[in-house]
Design a protein around this ligand. Structure first.
Ligand SMILES: [Zn+2]
Length: 263
């Protein structure tokens, strides 16, 4: 065994968590697991990340779940959300948190860039289509919200050069669905740059998805008969503000308390 550090240990995988705890306490720099040398920094990072989640699960069950046991018992039998919420996979966007909703209130679809592929283009990649069908036809939601957000990595990627996508062909393909947003910036806002461009793309992308969603026949029909309403939202991460697209003024208006709206 090669000695890498003052404290070098050989551990079996089953023992690794316990051993890493010991290593953390001892300040070990490198580690050996099943005869493979691993940088302890990486291993410890994974351990700490998972440990945080395990602690979270424990805390959830011991506190929130325990207090809401009846609520969860009721939820375990069925769901009847009123809202379909389509948003980005971004870790900073939490639909339940920003709307202060409880489990069971909103049916959520998340993907990179809060994209709804047009009906004709989905064919074999119909995960969003499947969610739309289930939400509308089975759960019969009354509202559909497409919620974009500030500092969106997906929208930022639209401005990147071809080389950026070299190892990410799926991302490149997927974001092509939002490329009309970039075209609008080039055609209508040629003088804009930097953060302004990013925000315009993020806004335009929401509007594109609101159009795409209407290409699904059952949604088009539901909108026509008024059984469902469509909303375009924009979440500003740094301020906590949520803006809603106003189809009359064609602007995003900040969402305020209902009584503030009416003075
Ligand atoms: Zn995003």
């Amino acid at each position: 065994m090669e000695r890498i550090d003052s404290i070098t240990c050989i551990v079996q995988r089953s023992e690794s968590d316990k051993a890493v705890k010991a290593a953390l306490n001892a300040g070990t720099q490198e580690w050996m697991v099943e005869n493979r040398f691993l940088e302890v920094a990486n291993y410890v990072k994974i351990f700490i990340q998972m440990d945080k989640l395990y602690k979270g699960i424990h805390k959830f069950r011991e506190s929130y779940f325990r207090q809401e046991r009846d609520f969860f018992s009721q939820l375990s039998r069925n769901q009847s959300p009123d809202v379909l919420f389509i948003t980005c996979s971004d870790s900073r966007v939490d639909p339940n948190l920003i709307t202060q909703s409880k489990p069971g209130n909103i049916f959520i679809v998340r993907n990179v860039g809060n994209i709804v592929p047009p009906y004709d283009s989905i064919k074999d990649k119909s995960s969003v289509g499947a969610a739309l069908e289930f939400a509308l036809l089975e759960l019969k939601v009354a509202d559909i919200i497409v919620c974009g957000h500030s500092n969106c990595g997906a929208m930022g990627a639209l401005m990147r050069e071809e080389g950026y996508f070299l190892n990410m062909p799926n991302l490149k393909d997927w974001l092509r669905l939002s490329s009309p947003a970039m075209d609008i910036v080039k055609d209508c806002h040629p003088a804009c740059s930097g953060e302004d461009v990013q925000k315009i793309i993020e806004h335009e992308n929401i509007l594109i998805q609101l159009e795409n969603i209407q290409t699904y026949p059952f949604i088009f029909d539901a909108l026509k008969e008024g059984s469902v309403a469509l909303h375009g939202w924009y979440y500003e991460i740094g301020t906590g503000e949520v803006w809603s697209y106003n189809t009359i003024t064609e602007q995003f208006d900040i969402i305020t308390r209902p009584e503030e709206k009416h003075g």
